[in-house]
Design a protein around this ligand. Structure first.
Ligand SMILES: Nc1nc2c(ncn2[C@@H]2O[C@H](COP(=O)(O)OP(=O)(O)O)[C@@H](O)[C@H]2O)c(=O)[nH]1
Ligand SMILES: [Mg+2]
Ligand SMILES: [Zn+2]
Length: 183
């Protein structure tokens, strides 16, 4: 599930744009404002009878939301440093908190940088699940949807069926992995 928090700061309504992209792919998308409580009840419903981990960049409001959905533990929340505009790592470890019957929650420190090196180049496309149903249409079975000819993924991007932003992210990650590949 993807949660877009701080919707009070979303002045140009990026949420609607992202919601459309990710809902189409099949993700459940939720809009929250941890300051006013918007969307918090919806999150509580989703957490019921499950074990959930909050993941995402530091400073996005994971711990603030964590504090709003339960009253057993108070997590430290951090102001975003104006200097580096990155969140402080105030949550230093991950702990499984028993918030209700059969309901567990883990807050995490989050990350300021994603290390993708554990993903195989050929496997990366599986992280973009909307590519799946089309990749059989590529001419080459090992198509990376990058420089290859007769690529169905690139066709679908062209047709506007696969989001160009998502495809561009895929290529960013792919080229990063290719550059760091060790022989
Ligand atoms: N404007 C705004 N600020 C928020 C919201 N949620 C959290 N914050 C602020 O963002 C900062 C980082 O929050 P925190 O929960 O520590 O982020 P974490 O690193 O993801 O755990 C804090 O100063 C929070 O008060 C929100 O919905 N709107
Ligand atoms: Mg935190
Ligand atoms: Zn392809």
């Amino acid at each position: 599930m993807i949660c877009f928090n701080k919707c009070d700061l979303d002045v140009d309504n990026k949420f609607d744009y992202l919601n459309k992209i990710y809902s189409n792919i099949g993700y459940k998308v939720i809009k929250t404002n941890a300051k006013t409580g918007e969307g918090i009840e919806e999150i509580k419903e989703i957490l019921k009878d499950k074990t959930t981990v909050f993941a995402g960049p530091s400073g996005v409001g994971k711990s603030t939301i964590f504090n709003k959905v339960q009253n057993k533990v108070v997590m430290q929340t951090g102001e975003i440093s104006k200097k580096v505009s990155r969140g402080k790592h105030t949550t230093r470890h991950a702990e499984l908190i028993d918030i209700d019957n059969n309901t567990y929650l883990v807050d995490t420190p989050g990350f300021s940088l994603i290390d993708l090196s554990f993903i195989d180049i050929e496997e990366l496309q599986n992280c973009f699940k909307e590519f799946n149903q089309y990749s059989l249409g590529c001419k080459f079975t090992s198509c990376l949807h990058y420089k290859e000819k007769d690529c169905m993924i690139k066709n679908k991007v062209e047709e506007g069926i696969i989001s160009k932003d998502r495809y561009d992210n895929y290529i960013k990650f792919l080229t990063e992995l290719q550059q760091n590949r060790r022989y």
